[in-house]
Design a protein around this ligand. Sequence first.
Ligand SMILES: Nc1nc2c(ncn2[C@@H]2O[C@H](COP(=O)(O)OP(=O)(O)OP(=O)(O)O)[C@@H](O)[C@H]2O)c(=O)[nH]1
Ligand SMILES: [Mg+2]
Ligand SMILES: [Zn+2]
Ligand SMILES: [Zn+2]
Length: 361
Amino acid sequence: MDMKLCPKCFASVEAAGYACSAPHCSRAGIPVPPAAEQEEGAAPLCPACQSRMTVKVCLECGFELDPDALQRGLLCFSLVGDQGVGKSNYLGVLIRELAGEFCRVYGATLYPTGGDRTMDRYQRIYSRPLYDLGVCVPPTEREDVDPLTYTLLFSDDSAAGRTCALAFYDSYGKNFQSEANMALYNRSIYHSAGILLLVDPAQFPAIREQRSARGLPLTPGDPQELLLRTIHLLRAGLGLASVEQKIPVPLAVCVTKMDTLFHQLDPASFVRDPSRSLRQPALSEADLSSCSMEMESLLEVWGAGELLRHVKSQFQDWCFFGLSALGNSPGEQGEIPRISPHRVLDPLLWLLWRNQILKAE
Ligand SMILES: Nc1nc2c(ncn2[C@@H]2O[C@H](COP(=O)(O)OP(=O)(O)OP(=O)(O)O)[C@@H](O)[C@H]2O)c(=O)[nH]1
Ligand SMILES: [Mg+2]
Ligand SMILES: [Zn+2]
Ligand SMILES: [Zn+2]
């Protein structure tokens, strides 16, 4: 994506503003344009309290800009999926696994950027419920959700990967009910270096039937309709007029909550095994493609063959994943005493590989 765009509102930040960060200042956080006579690199004084404003922000939306990330160019990863498919719980667990398991195996570190905001938000929205209170992340209620931004650092001589700046976009599931709302609140979609389309198995006809026969709750929304809306947005945003031109953004189709279906899978299932891309600091292409093929045949069985064909005909680069963020179903009050993530890193590792950040075996 373009290097000099705000990760929140995607306005150009060629001329970034400044904001005062002095506690209790009446103008704290309000963007101030750089003064015309200002020396290159010198931070201006706050008009209210006269302290030096060192925090760079977007003039349009006030989002704190990380100089390193701007320079490097951000890789944006958008989570797309109807209400209740598991986006927020997935993201909460994904970041934890990325900082922990991934960094351990690949010799990297995950550094939150954007000042305290990423760290505070991750802590408050995701980590506190999941890892302190032992409950699920609650439904997202804000229409515009700020991205979480990080730098994934590898040492200069690392053979495992290349340092990159990442932004993750969770969202309010209801936005996805109309293309107009998606265009307004989910602009990250066509600035993405990769899209994670999250689908709940209970959205597929065959699983819906099984679940409704047993009186279990269903997840609303039709993943195929959402895929088509996403395709329209991407085509419009990227200026791809001809439908023969495939969309160049890699698409990871992720079937969530696979823990609910483990008992139905073949004993020889690859999807049920732990990921082979965390055994060594390189992706296992063979493992990812075995899982993708297994998921493709499951989608056919579950009555989602059409979705599969749309993906293949519209995208240059796609892969199917089956994962579980929590590893088991939460209780009635959302309590989840033990989180056992399963294959949550696979889609991100694949997307990083497609973006030349990681290597395959
Ligand atoms: N069994 C199982 N249930 C899950 C898993 N992840 C999420 N859930 C359930 O799905 C519900 C919805 O998950 P969320 O992460 O809030 O879904 P969302 O896509 O963020 O929904 P919105 O924020 O409303 O758009 C959770 O409250 C859990 O009950 C999982 O890995 N396994
Ligand atoms: Mg959510
Ligand atoms: Zn902005
Ligand atoms: Zn001030």
